[in-house]
Write a protein that binds this ligand. Structure first.
Ligand code: NDP
Length: 451
């Protein structure tokens, strides 16, 4: 049995039987059996079923938000916003079966054209930080493209995925099209990756496990998309609206208690602006409300587990230059106060490793070239921000940064309609937007002779 905990209280939320490899094989077999029928549905019919699922999710919006807030320890306001995006994601891709796709290509002797075919059974492996949200970015395009799925959520946070499976069934998604299996990554996750009847793995999680997944998928030449870690820069030039940049910075790194692959955890500030910026940042961090996830006013909850708190704490060893410390509750729960280290040497461990907790580092820079060099000096390349009032400089820096998602005078990373994914060791493949459908289908080129 798996005991699922509430990170804010350390109390048990549920006891769930852990699936084994045999059950995984059975889930893949169900998905394989249901694939020909799901794939053969008329595009308008598959779209109708996905619209009905979208409406059912809307009906369960608050229930799913409460469940996610309790299981992850995230503020209820954030959980509601995430569930709204889950609904929007299904709403967006519900139309996709009827979107035009493919090309007609001029060739001699006939007509050449391309079509997109679904892959078959797709395995989805998801993390604990945004459980149903990240699952929806995979589920919705995979189903819209005509695939059937086996979803393995993280054992720490399986509650909303299990509820999703029930809601999908009640909404009329045919038996076997959506299969959710709760079991450990090392056993059922690994088996899903290696399974000969699984055509593709879509994974979000750590870069280390991403490497294992790419290796495990190689013998069967599985398609793989990987959305991995990050160490994203938040670059603040001296000519920026410093008050706005400083007020927005805590949300960009301490949101979800810093357990966010897009966390802007390296704040690069131009030297001449550092005093003014740090003063405003201090006020913003100290005013953050850290506490009960179910309190409407809470802005940051606890970390996911005792283990995660231990890992995060290791970055505050002797000599860590703690410049700003917010507050956190005492007592049960995996609490950790939002913390800013400054100034931090770019070679320091806290500046190089993904902390995945509420610790930000501030690194001073001299000029534009220095900012770009520091920002790109990492194995990661997921997201980033640039704050300046100089439009040309903003665009130059945006083009020079090696990352998949970038915002100017803003810290947003994800939108349903725009592609999301990483450069370098932050992964490959794109989720969301029209691009996600490419990751769940193959191009077929057809030639029809007319002579
Ligand atoms: P993992 O990468 O270990 O877990 C992500 C998912 O992969 C979970 O469902 C996990 O299963 C599964 N998994 C683990 N090992 C395997 C395997 N060999 N084969 C197939 N599936 C597997 O992330 P963690 O949860 O351990 O978090 C560790 C670190 O990863 C964090 O501190 C953070 O740095 C990073 N991370 C990044 C995320 C992102 O959004 N990019 C999200 C989460 C973590 P299970 O855990 O259930 O056993």
């Amino acid at each position: 049995m798996i005991t699922v905990l509430e990170p804010a209280t350390e109390a048990a939320l549920a006891e769930i039987p852990a699936a084994d490899e045999e059950q995984l094989d059975a889930a893949v077999a169900r998905a394989k059996e249901s694939y020909p029928t799901w794939r053969a549905l008329a595009p308008g019919e598959r779209a109708r079923k996905l619209r009905e699922l979208t409406l059912a999710l809307e009906h369960h919006h608050e229930e799913l938000a409460q469940l996610e807030a309790r299981n992850v320890g995230k503020p209820i306001a954030d959980a509601r916003a995430e569930m709204a995006m889950v609904i929007d994601t299904f709403g967006y891709y519900a139309g996709a079966p009827e979107w035009p796709h493919g090309d007609t290509i001029p060739v001699a002797g006939g007509q050449a054209f391309t079509v997109r075919e679904p892959l078959g059974v797709v395995g989805l492996i998801t993390p604990w930080n945004f459980p149903l949200l990240i699952a929806s970015w995979k589920l919705a395009p995979a189903l819209a493209a005509g695939n059937t799925v086996v979803l393995k959520p993280a054992v720490l946070t399986p509650m909303t995925a299990l509820r999703f499976e029930e809601i999908a069934s009640e909404a009329g998604i045919p038996e076997g099209v959506v299969n959710v299996l709760v079991g450990s990554g090392a056993t059922v996750g690994q088996r899903l990756v290696e399974h000969p009847d699984v055509a593709k793995i879509a994974f979000t999680g750590s870069t280390e496990v991403g490497r294992q997944i790419a290796a495990g998928a190689a013998p069967t030449i599985k398609r793989v998309t990987l959305e991995l870690g990050g160490k994203s820069p938040n670059i603040v030039f001296a000519d920026a609206d410093l008050a706005r940049a400083a007020a927005a910075a805590p949300g960009a790194v301490f949101g979800n208690a810093g357990q966010d692959c897009c966390a802007r955890s390296r704040i690069l500030v131009q030297r001449e602006a550092i005093d003014e910026f740090m003063h405003a940042l201090g006020e913003a961090v100290r005013s953050m409300r850290v506490g009960d996830p179910l309190d409407e006013r809470t802005q940051m909850g606890p970390l996911i587990s005792a283990g995660q708190r231990e890992t995060v704490s290791s970055f505050l060893n002797d000599g860590a230059p703690i410049a700003i410390r917010g507050s956190a509750p005492d007592g049960p729960g995996y609490w950790f106060a939002p913390t800013v280290l400054a100034p931090v040497d770019p070679g320091a461990r806290a500046a190089r490793e993904e902390i995945f907790g509420p610790i930000a580092v501030v690194i001073p820079f001299v000029d534009e070239a220095d900012a770009v060099a520091l920002a790109n000096d990492t194995i990661y390349g997921l997201s980033g921000s640039v704050w300046t009032r100089d439009g040309a400089k903003a665009l130059r820096v945006a083009r020079a940064l090696q990352c998949g998602v970038l915002s100017i005078n803003s810290n947003t990373s994800v939108r349903v309609a725009t592609p999301f994914g990483g450069f370098k060791q932050s992964g490959y493949g794109r989720e969301l937007g029209p691009d996600a459908l490419d990751a769940y289908s193959e191009v077929k080129s057809i030639f029809f002779a007319t002579s």
